[in-house]
Write a protein that binds this ligand. Structure first.
Ligand code: G3I
Length: 322
């Protein structure tokens, strides 16, 4: 089988993947990434859970390694994620209330400041919207600053630390759950109107392949209306593990590739200035977090041996259609 064209050559924008610093020691991973990938997102090592030690000390060894690899291989770096409801609670709540605002601002200044000029963009706030779409999540950040307050402050502090990065509000199930997607876009509109420097929209795209055809296209059309760069930031499309029955596996694969093509088409149909990047949440199926407890799912564009999966062609078909 002739080697496939590099995926990044078929993508009408940077083609990103999630990376963990340990993968940089795997020649199979780095060879495949150099051929197919033009942007990297640290999968977890640029988050509070890695950077902030229990003693409040900051560690940057792993994200610095990823940054250096990206630069050495002419790949863009995408920063993920500064403020997230699911991280930092113990650290933040251990700080005296009078010092919490300064600690929040200092964290962003130190992390976004360190990678100023390196990252093309940041997921400034991740997953702010409630899963049922009924408003925003309450968390330790909103307890301190108010629901819109912590988001606006995070964007303002990040802009102060990095005047050039694209600043993203990032969330998931925006296409899978139209009510959540609508709440997310209303949040973007409200924050922009309040002057928050949101300059990018991130849709994670952890796909539920059973969603009705057209929902992806509908969300992307509504998101595009803001005229901002859009990042399909974490696409994977799990089919389910343990699909031994051939007929069932083939049926799931057909659903998966149809939805992935739909996402690629919708992205490619955006005006060029709104196509920030298209990122897969892992390079090979065996790198996927969905298989980290030993699953055999095939949610990504390459299998464990680095061969293209049907998802590769689904992407190529969608990107070519525009
Ligand atoms: O590798 C270390 C291991 O050395 C250590 O012993 C172990 C115990 O602490 O941790 C291991 O690191 C884990 C890391 O994944 C690598 O496997 C972290 O604990 C674990 O928290 C981390 O989970 C990540 C998760 O976000 C939370 O940060 C997943 O890899 C990552 O795929 C997942 O990605 C999220 C996006 O950031 C946001 N959107 C949803 C997406 C999937 O949940």
């Amino acid at each position: 089988q002739a080697p496939s064209a590099p995926l990044k050559a078929l993508t009408p924008a940077p083609l990103g993947v999630a990376v963990m610093s340990g993968q940089l020691d795997d020649p199979a991973w780095t060879t495949l990434a150099r051929r197919h990938v033009s942007q990297l997102t640290p999968e977890w090592e640029m988050k509070m859970e890695y950077i902030l030690g229990d003693d409040g000390a900051f560690r940057f060894d792993a994200p610095d390694r990823i940054d250096a690899f990206a630069r050495a291989n002419a790949m863009r770096l995408h920063g993920h994620a500064l403020i997230w409801y699911s991280q930092g609670q113990d650290w933040f709540e251990a700080i005296k209330p009078a010092r919490r605002e300064q600690a929040f601002d200092d964290y962003i200044a130190r992390v976004a400041g360190r990678y100023r000029g390196q990252v093309a963009g940041w997921d400034v706030v991740n997953e702010a919207v409630a899963e049922d779409g009924d408003g925003l999540r309450d968390c330790h950040w909103s307890a301190q600053f108010g629901q819109d307050g912590y988001i606006a402050r995070a964007f303002e502090r990040t802009r102060a630390a990095d005047p050039d990065a694209v600043l993203f509000l990032n969330d998931y199930n925006l296409e899978n759950l139209p009510r959540k997607g609508a709440t997310f876009l209303r949040l973007v509109e409200r924050l922009l109107r309040a002057g928050a420097p949101i300059t990018g929209i991130g849709t994670q795209a952890h796909l539920d392949i059973d969603i009705p055809a057209g929902q992806i296209t509908a969300f992307m059309r509504d998101a595009a209306a803001f005229g901002l760069p859009i990042h399909v930031s974490e696409l994977d499309a799990p089919m389910g593990s343990g699909l031994i029955d051939r007929a069932r596996r083939d049926a799931r694969r057909r659903l998966q590739t149809a939805r992935v093509t739909e996402y690629a088409e919708a992205f490619a149909a955006l005006p060029e200035r709104q196509r920030y990047a298209f990122t897969l949440w892992g390079l090979r199926d065996t790198d996927s977090f969905v298989n980290r407890q030993g699953g055999d799912d095939s949610p990504l564009a390459f299998d464990g041996d680095g061969r293209p999966t049907p998802l590769f062609q689904a992407l190529a078909d969608g990107f070519a259609a525009a």
